[in-house]
Design a binder for this molecule. Sequence first.
Ligand SMILES: *Cc1c(COP(=O)(O)O)cnc(C)c1O
Length: 378
Amino acid sequence: MLAYLDHQASTPCDPAVLNAMEPWWREHCANPSSRLHRESLTAAAAVERARAQVAAALGAEPGDVVFTSGATEANNLALKGVCEAALAQGGERRRLLTLATEHRAVLDPLRYLERHGFPLTVLPVDSGGLVQEELLAAALGPDVLLASVMAANNEIGVLQPISTIAAHCHHHGVLLHVDAAQAAGHIPLAMAEQGVDLLSLSGHKCYGPKGVGALLVRQGVALAAQLHGGGQEQQRRAGTVAVPLVVGLGEALSRAVADQQERAARLGSLRDQLRQELLALGGITLNGAAAPRLAHNLNVTVGGVDGAALHRLLRRSIAVSSGSACSQGSPSHVLAALGRSRSEAAASIRFGLGRSTGAAEIERAVASVEAALRQLRP
Ligand SMILES: *Cc1c(COP(=O)(O)O)cnc(C)c1O
């Protein structure tokens, strides 16, 4: 069997989460919005329980939570929803700020908004992939409406200093959106305490089901709905709530938070071992700052080999990625932002460890890279 080391692309669904969802697939079919019969009220109560679980996991209020189909939709709702509300309110602020290393699900909606009258500033990062505070501070001003900065990078795992960024933003009256798809359930997050205005997350990045996520919106932030229809989710996202998926998301997130610390400690030492053994092979360099970063991520560039040939050999025994699962074909814009060339980016490997990872997977990974190098290096 392949050693699955691609947990940044997707995590397996926790069996306890499957159990929690099962009655909502098998037994209960009522629409939680009907509210006229007991079955509907039962479904509505399950949705509200999940809402409370999501809010508690993120240090937010249940009323902040808008369930969506995933982090992509949550990002689109946050960015387009804030811009549309600002247009309606007639304020002067139009400029949007972000980092060059953001996920496509942030960059693409921002570029779309740029074409529709919202000028965009994309800030470079330092060689470790972290925000440059002085560049951010200089870019903020009375024309800026919103900044979008991810909590944890999906390719190189580095963590941005969210509380510091929020303080800079709020000093200038700028809203902060955080794509926390890779962070929720993996590192401590406290939305209110950290000063985050909008936060996106995804079920399948924290051991929950695919096709569900949430946008958390701090009370008082004006947001225009992007899906119009039935007025669900307090008029912020029309469409029947996906009861089984939402139940799964709540359960997954609260379980991921519960074993977060222990998991990070265990995976962090496996990851350090992997890094050490890979670097010992020679000609391999780390991408992204060594700290602060996700305990379960490692991204390296293998020098002197062809990336396509390397990945062709690796995929016989391990499931890893050469960048983001979401930008197939094109070289990684994240590694490019760190100064990596096209061929260096192609010869890079992202290892994403997870709950199922043990010593055997790490040994397999090292042996696979070693064997590939023996074949590819003269
Ligand atoms: C996976 C991911 C997304 C997209 O999430 P979906 O739920 O698959 O739409 C967005 N941002 C980041 C950082 C991600 O890792």
